[in-house]
Design a protein around this ligand. Structure first.
Ligand code: HSE
Length: 428
């Protein structure tokens, strides 16, 4: 009889409940996949009595997740509590210190404390797995750490927050404002308890920073992600982008450049017919470019009970099979502090200017762009019935610095009735 792998689970929210269902629902299938029984032995959550639609009466109960993490009858501690500090951090630390493997879905915690926890796990010879922390059911961590390990990764791009993609695609399909769709998303329960984590791009930036670390062999560097959320994306820009053949996405991009590692999470235009441009609703997509593999596109549910619990189970089965390795793909003490760069290199930009309708105004715009070497690729003036003329410009590739400088000199000339909008166009 094979030795069972014993699990302690902290957190019985949506994902924890989903995990219990999988572990108790198909024990034979799981044992068949890893060659040994997978047994949930103990659980911890805020309330023992809450009705979750699952029976936890057969498992040992701990009120304190740290006590659960230290139990000597578990092999794997699964942390599904959430939060970058507090009980989640204390219990993961306690589990690793006790020599237990850890599986977590906690991107916020890893984006802040990943380095020290990875060092601790590796010094104890145990695994710290986090497939569920990035893009829910999409197995991107395993793909980067294992399947693409022979590649030089040159770029990671992706939509990693389903709530933002839901909001942006719903604004477009229903012609609704950001505020209307935000309220809808709240009513559907899509938003995090602190919605800024979603719409401010923070949740997605945390995920990108974890992928960057694995892809580029650097320490997690959340603070160097250039960050902008979707709160100021207007229905006008969504509609204009569509007319020009693009869609607006909250897009994460990480790529090394001669100036250093560049990481950004911000609203960008992508071609409507590209894989990213076709991504609808609360779905996630990660596009990895590597040498020699070329481009890989992974798409799937980025959140929710089943997809996220599926990722947790994948990690549990790996540990049960004895698959181990450094937490971020390279030993933690060899991860380098990234030389980071806020400059993303040249790209085309979409500009929307609302201009006073007077002679010479367009000439001033063209001259402000020319002054910083920015060339216009396409330009459209929309029909209008008042004194403010909406003008859309797509530039040839330009740097962010040049665009920022041109936009501020255009604004300073007093020709704009509304603040100009400038969004980067990512073409791949
Ligand atoms: N709130 C996230 C999303 C899921 O909407 O994608 C958890 O990271």
């Amino acid at each position: 009889m094979e030795v069972p792998i014993r699990i302690g689970l902290a957190g019985l929210g949506t994902v924890g409940t989903g995990l219990v269902k999988i572990l108790t629902g198909s024990p034979g299938r799981l044992a068949g996949r890893c060659g040994r029984p997978v047994c949930l032995v103990a659980v911890s959550a805020r309330s023992r009595l809450k009705d979750r639609g699952i029976d936890v009466g057969g498992f040992a109960w701990e009120d304190d997740p740290v006590a659960l993490a230290r139990r000597d009858d578990i092999d794997i501690f699964v942390e599904l509590i959430g939060g970058e500090d507090g009980p989640a951090r204390a219990s993961i630390h306690a589990a690793l210190a006790a020599g237990h493997h850890v599986v977590t879905a906690n991107k916020a915690l890893l984006a802040r404390h990943g380095q020290s926890l990875a060092e601790l796990a590796e010094s104890r010879g145990v695994s710290l797995c986090f497939e569920a922390a990035v893009a829910g059911g999409i197995p991107i961590i395993k793909v980067l750490k294992e399947s693409l390990a022979g590649n030089r990764i040159t770029r990671i791009a992706g939509v990693m927050n389903g709530t933002c993609n839901y909001i942006l695609t719903r604004m477009e399909s229903a012609g609704l404002s950001y505020d209307d769709v935000f309220r809808e998303a709240a009513a559907l329960g899509y938003l995090e308890a602190d919605p800024t984590l979603d719409v401010g791009g923070i949740d997605a930036a945390q995920k990108l920073s974890l992928l960057s670390s694995i892809a580029f062999g650097t320490r997690v560097s959340l603070d160097s992600v250039t960050l902008d959320g979707i709160e100021r994306v207007s229905i006008a820009d969504i509609e204009h982008a569509t007319e020009l053949g693009y869609r607006i996405k909250l897009l994460g991009v990480a790529a090394p450049s001669v100036n250093g590692l560049q990481q950004s999470m911000r609203p960008c235009l992508v071609p409507k017919d590209s894989p990213l441009g076709q991504l609808e609703g609360a779905t996630n997509m990660v596009v990895v470019t590597g040498d020699p593999v070329g481009q890989i596109v992974l798409r799937g549910a980025g959140a929710g009970e089943g997809p996220t619990a599926s990722a947790v189970v994948g990690d549990i089965l790996d540990i049960a099979r004895g698959v181990t390795g450094p937490v971020f793909g390279k030993p933690a003490d060899q991860l380098t502090e990234p030389r980071t760069s806020a400059e993303s290199g040249a790209a085309p930009f979409y500009l929307r200017l609302t201009l006073v309708d007077q002679p010479g105004v367009l000439a001033r715009v063209a001259s402000a762009l020319a002054d910083v070497g920015v060339s216009i690729d396409r330009m459209r003036q929309k029909s209008h019935h008042d004194d403010a003329a909406p003008v859309l410009i797509v530039t040839h590739p330009a740097t962010q610095a040049a665009i920022d400088s041109a936009v501020s000199s255009i604004a300073e000339t007093g020709v704009c009735t509304d603040p100009p909008v400038a969004l980067r166009i990512e073409t791949a």
